[in-house]
Design a protein around this ligand. Structure first.
Ligand code: GDP
Length: 520
């Protein structure tokens, strides 16, 4: 039988996991000093397949510090004996140096590795497992050994990595069932594996959401630092087909799970000649697809990442945020995909917020519009029985929910039917041109003279004088205001000024950034 090893420092929950997987308690339990540090073997079974399990920690009092030689011993046992290795960390505490040391040793061994982030006692904690990616493991699974959470996911992955049984006798069930890699999450839930979350007050909910958002940013930061993308380049001129000169725009398709990102990528690249090009120097398998069209080249960034799906709904959602941030970093223009049948959700708004802050141009793409317009014989729309949706009204709802993206063009498309593909390419080209536009200082100051600052709902500051304004950068257009005092612009003044600039100069689809420079 194949052998799976469990490694990890004390207290992370190795024994609990061992007992959970083998369905029995470890044969020897003791906390007497000087007890032998031996490994413990057991057997486990998953969808008719069997494997042996070894707890490399052996019998060691759980509160004992993990000494370096013990780490080496664990890693050695695992690497020598096991077919697959599960390293366990405590998801509720910070990474300790023994964790890192053990990870480093295991990663050198070249065996299939899984990081089980333990003590994730409810699904709402699952995203925290992303923090542990910094250990360098590709396969990270949040689990709760104690409450039987995520164990099925872990077993799916571990068993998929094990050598196939050699003979029919090894199977208890039919081969198709043995090959199953997805378990029904519904069943897992109804098993009572999860305790219902306690009722929270509104304040607690808000605090928790805030904490989550902060931690999300941190997780994303860790992820981005850990796996650097290719440096963002300025859009450049490409020589191709001899005489033709192409402009290239890097496009990110972002959005929460199931809004239709992959389908859209297919629609955008499938009908055209798509060249798949891996970016050199990236650690993950980042793959771009390039489409040439009408003298313009469109590079869809990290198409492998666009297709990436999380294991659980929550993980998929957290991952979609992390991937959105990563993709934005490598892009000039983003397509923020919304599911028309669901409207703008909190997660859409969150991802849209990152797009806005990133300085990339944004196009809001309302996908699955086909489902909103199918009309039955009785003249009723098929989708929940209402009349066909009115695009004007729908757009207003989207704009109300995504106020900070007021500059983003909005398109209604159906990726599945290939409707709106032309429009998307045209808009991407337009906003990519707009974000690189330059206004001369002369034009800018003629404009500034005409602005009626009385109309700003919040004055910048009565005593502050703007001497002049100049465009300091493109992509995104960035303006420097030279003033007599160093002040911070009120955001609603900033918005007023940005809108005035847009009215005169466009900059369609791009955020506008400001800087203040006090002239002494
Ligand atoms: P992703 O997770 O954002 O990449 O979403 P997928 O591309 O996997 O799409 C999720 C589901 O929505 C799939 O079942 C698609 O077939 C479906 N879908 C995607 N785009 C459309 C569309 O324009 N119309 C309809 N009716 N379904 C769509």
């Amino acid at each position: 039988l194949p052998l799976v090893a469990i490694c990890g420092r004390p207290n992370v929950g190795k024994s609990t996991l061992f007992n959970r997987l083998t369905g029995s308690r470890r044969s020897i339990v003791g906390d007497e000093p000087g007890i032998t540090r031996d490994r413990i073997y057991g057997q486990m079974e998953w969808f008719g397949r069997e494997a042996r399990l070894v707890d490399t920690g052996g019998v060691v009092p759980d509160d004992e510090a993990l000494i370096p030689s013990e780490i080496f011993r664990q890693a050695q046992v695992a690497l020598e004996e096991a077919d697959s290795i599960v390293m366990v960390v405590d998801g509720r505490s910070e990474l300790a140096s023994p964790d890192m040391e053990l990870a480093r040793l295991l990663l050198r061994g070249g065996k299939p590795l899984f990081l089980a982030v333990n003590k994730m006692d409810s699904e709402s904690m699952y995203w925290q497992a992303e923090n542990f990616r910094q250990l360098g493991f590709r396969n990270v699974v949040p689990i709760s050994a104690e409450h039987n959470g995520g164990i099925g996911d872990l077993l799916d992955e571990v068993f998929a990595s094990l050598p196939e049984p050699k003979t029919e006798e090894d199977f208890d069930e039919t081969p198709t069932e043995v090959m199953m890699t997805e378990i029904d999450e519904e069943t897992e839930d109804s098993d009572g594996a999860w305790t219902a979350p306690e009722a929270l007050t509104e304040d607690e909910v808000r605090d928790r959401l805030e904490a989550e958002r902060d931690a999300d940013r941190l997780a994303a930061q860790v992820y981005l630092e850990d796996q650097p993308t290719a440096p963002t380049e300025r859009p450049r001129m490409l020589r191709s087909h001899g005489e033709h000169v192409l402009k290239e725009t890097k496009v990110a398709i972002i959005g929460r799970p199931n809004v239709g990102k992959s389908t859209m990528l297919n629609a955008l690249t499938g009908t055209e000649r798509a060249i798949v090009s891996p970016i050199a120097g990236t650690t993950r398998d980042a793959v771009d697809e390039v489409v040439e069209r009408g003298g313009h080249s469109f590079r869809f960034v990290d198409t492998a990442g666009i297709r990436r799906k999380g294991k659980t709904k929550l993980m998929a959602e957290k991952l979609s945020v992390i991937m959105a941030r990563k993709h934005l970093e490598a892009a000039d223009v983003s397509l923020l995909v919304i599911d028309a049948t669901e409207g703008v959700t909190g997660l859409d708004a969150n991802i849209g917020g990152y797009a806005h802050e990133s300085g990339r141009s944004v196009i809001i793409v309302v996908n699955k519009w086909d489902l909103m317009t199918k009309v039955g014989k009785d003249g009723m729309r098929l989708w929940d029985g209402k009349p066909p949706a009115d695009q004007k009204i729908y757009e207003q709802d989207v704009r109300d929910a995504l106020k900070y993206l007021e500059y983003a063009p909005l398109l209604f498309v159906s990726a599945l039917d290939g409707k709106g593909v032309d429009a998307m390419f045209k808009k991407v080209e337009l906003v990519s041109r707009e974000r690189r536009k330059r206004v001369t200082t002369g034009q800018m100051n003629k404009f500034l003279d005409k602005v009626d600052f009385q109309k700003a709902s919040v004055p910048m500051n009565k005593r502050v004088r703007i001497y002049y304004m100049t465009q300091a950068a493109v992509a995104p257009p960035t303006f420097v205001l030279f003033t007599d005092k160093d002040v911070k612009m009120h955001f609603s003044f900033e918005r007023f000024l940005a809108n005035q600039i847009r009215e005169h100069f466009g900059f369609i689809g791009s955020p506008i950034w400001f800087k203040i420079k006090a002239r002494n």
